[in-house]
Design a protein around this ligand. Structure first.
Ligand SMILES: [Zn+2]
Length: 201
């Protein structure tokens, strides 16, 4: 990993200047009134889009519960909306994640799974790596019997530029442990995922 080196971070002024360069590249005059505050706004947006670099996903999962009365069935969190950015074009990847694990002894608060998704999504990504990072981290920290992560997303580098194909979604998955090795467990997961969605709770 060569992603996290705060020493290489440019200053805020340098980042804002880079935005002015891109505005000029697009044909604009950055001194025009409507654009005066744009570099500062873009840089603040970037702080939000990419705040995943400041989050340690392992830390998020470190607090677990062991008094679960021997619960040994699949835990599935589905339809977790995520927003990421493609590292090839720096445009949004927007989609939904489904995260499942089969606990061994410990379970984690479900909001923590969504936060792990965010911690990796809010970086420059490709969907394949994002999928693998979420699954691998849950596997390493919780050491469950298995982990399954499925991502479906639209890539704006494909919908708003290049081949211009809106409505196309990309699906990636990473199955570890029993979800990879046991076809019954995988089938059970797929049945849970294919149940009609009910989001009005
Ligand atoms: Zn792209």
């Amino acid at each position: 990993m060569t992603t996290e080196n705060p020493n290489l971070r440019p200053t805020r002024e340098e980042a804002e200047e880079a935005v002015r360069v891109l505005l000029r590249w697009g044909g604009e005059n950055p001194a025009r009134e409507g654009l005066l505050d744009t570099p500062a706004r873009v840089v603040r947006s970037y702080e939000e889009f990419y705040d995943g670099y400041d989050i340690d996903p392992r830390e998020i999962l470190s607090r677990t519960f062991s008094e679960v009365d021997d619960y040994d069935e699949i835990v599935l969190l589905r339809d977790i909306r995520f927003e990421s950015h493609c590292e090839h074009h720096m445009v949004p990847i927007i989609g939904r994640a489904h995260v499942a694990y089969l606990p061994r002894k410990r379970v984690v608060g479900i909001s923590k799974l969504a936060r792990v998704v965010d911690a990796y999504a809010r970086r420059f990504q490709i969907q394949e790596r994002l999928t693998a990072q979420i699954a691998n981290t849950i596997d390493e920290v919780l050491q469950p019997h298995g982990v399954a992560v499925i991502l479906e997303a639209g890539h704006q580098c494909m919908t708003t530029r290049g081949v211009h194909r809106p409505g196309v979604s990309m699906v990636t998955s990473r199955m570890l442990g029993v979800f990879r090795d046991n076809s019954d467990t995988r089938r059970e997961l797929m049945a849970m995922l294919n149940r009609p969605g009910q989001t009005e709770f």
